[in-house]
Design a protein around this ligand. Structure first.
Ligand code: SF4
Ligand code: SF4
Length: 419
């Protein structure tokens, strides 16, 4: 998602690039330094300012995938208070009852709204669940340098298919875990007892219908008083305090995140189901009800590094075009085909070899189409193949291969001759 400008020169408040992707400045500090040396997929198809979902799938062109309520931790909201565009919004959200000590977290009613949207296939089309940080006219994100882990890692299409999806999901889990840990650490450091707050939140479980406004989704004044405790009326001060602590302890954030046991208001969370209309309860993820221990960030980091390696490891042996992939000339017989008129071909990928409908398709320039069609015959991966492919595609051969094997369009072939 595009950005609005940040005025600060402090790197913690400046978005920076991981590969081609902008991420919040605090990531320089809260995640392992080795992350900045990694090679990231480019995700060339998720062209947000020319969003394919809005162009071809009826999503709102103004909100696109921002039809959700991002969970933004307190310290990021505190950092956002230093910037004119986001400051106004954070102040308004506090005044309107959308912020609790951990940050901007969906209230039970907001969660119910979201589930009813997904149940009615309204994600991307919602009239009600809209991120308050999006500037509707320009499509700019007013929280860009401080946006959360989900917003920073979400791509609706992946250059590496499922492998790319897993890679970004793992990074999102890692960053989210660290965000939650740091948010709770900061609260305790400021004298806000997180454990006591969770108990107070759980005490609301029996009155869950009174916790949030069914129309606006805001936390009710009654719930806010209970949840904020001694800090009720000093909300901005607490957010600011969390941000200051994070600035001051920036070099210890990863270490801190690995020492915190994250607490959650499990009773209230379970009770929130009552607020969800019955017909949308099937939209709830099974893991929502799991209350097991969360993995420490360092364990998630280990798993993430394996996924990163898998993303770029060159396949051994021989490769061939998958029987589930069909490469045909671009027929230009629909809106999308016409919009990609500069692409000579399209690859259609099916869930089964002879399935009538394709699962996904991608338009190809002639060089890529020729290179993929070259794999109609089984090809052994070796130096000669890499050289040949680089010449054919004008792209680094290993990148070409990792992308198309990630999407399963090229697959390992064990037999001699045709796949
Ligand atoms: S991630 Fe996808 S849906 Fe969201 S704005 Fe970008 S292209 Fe559109
Ligand atoms: S914070 Fe920004 S990127 Fe995230 S949903 Fe809101 S507008 Fe979109």
């Amino acid at each position: 998602m595009p950005q609005s400008k940040s005025l600060s020169t402090d790197p913690i408040e400046q978005a920076f690039k991981l590969g081609e992707h902008w991420v919040p400045g605090v990531w320089r500090y809260m995640l392992p330094v080795a992350l900045t040396d990694m090679t990231f997929p480019q995700e060339r198809r998720a062209t947000c300012l020319n969003c394919p979902r809005a162009r071809f799938e009826g999503w709102r062109p103004d909100y696109r995938c921002c039809t959700y309520h991002p969970r933004v931790p307190n310290f990021l909201l505190g950092l956002a208070l230093s910037h004119p565009a986001s400051e106004k919004i954070v102040r308004r959200l506090v005044a309107d009852g959308f912020i609790i000590p951990e940050g901007m977290l969906s209230s039970p009613s907001q969660w119910a709204h979201y589930l009813s949207d997904t149940g009615e296939d309204r994600f991307g089309r919602s009239e009600r669940v809209l991120c308050p940080f999006l500037e509707q006219k320009s499509g700019l994100c007013n929280l860009y340098a401080f946006r959360n882990s989900v917003c920073s890692t979400f791509f609706c299409l992946h250059d590496h298919g499922d492998k790319g999806d897993k890679f970004w999901s793992s990074l999102q889990t890692l960053a989210q875990q660290v965000e939650m840990a740091i948010g709770q650490w900061a609260l305790n450091e400021l004298g806000f007892d997180v454990k006591a707050c969770m108990q107070r939140m759980n005490s609301l479980a029996g009155k869950v219908e009174k916790v949030s406004d069914p129309e606006t989704g805001a936390w009710t004044p009654y719930a806010l008083k209970v949840i904020w405790g001694n800090f009720h009326g000093r909300e901005l001060e607490l957010l600011q305090g969390c941000a200051d602590l994070v600035r001051k302890n920036r070099d210890r954030l990863w270490e801190i995140a690995n020492t915190i046991d994250i607490l959650e208001p499990n009773k209230l969370d379970r009770a929130a189901v009552k607020v969800v209309p019955r017909k949308y309860r099937s939209e709830i993820d099974a893991e929502y009800f799991e209350t097991g221990e969360t993995s420490p960030p360092r364990d998630i980091w280990r798993g993430f590094k394996v996924l990163h390696k898998n993303l770029w490891t060159l396949p051994a042996g021989s490769l061939a075009l998958s029987p589930r992939a069909r490469i045909i000339p671009n027929p230009q017989d629909d809106e999308q085909g016409k919009a990609f008129s500069d692409c000579s071909h399209v690859v259609e990928f099916r869930s089964r070899r002879n399935a009538r409908d394709f699962e996904w398709r991608e338009y190809l320039h002639a060089d890529k189409a020729v290179a993929l069609l070259w794999f109609t015959r089984r090809r052994k991966v070796n130096e000669a193949l890499l050289g040949h492919l680089s010449t054919m595609t004008n792209q680094h051969a290993s990148q070409f291969l990792s992308e198309w094997t990630g999407k399963k369009v090229l697959v390992r072939s064990l037999r001699q001759g045709s796949p």
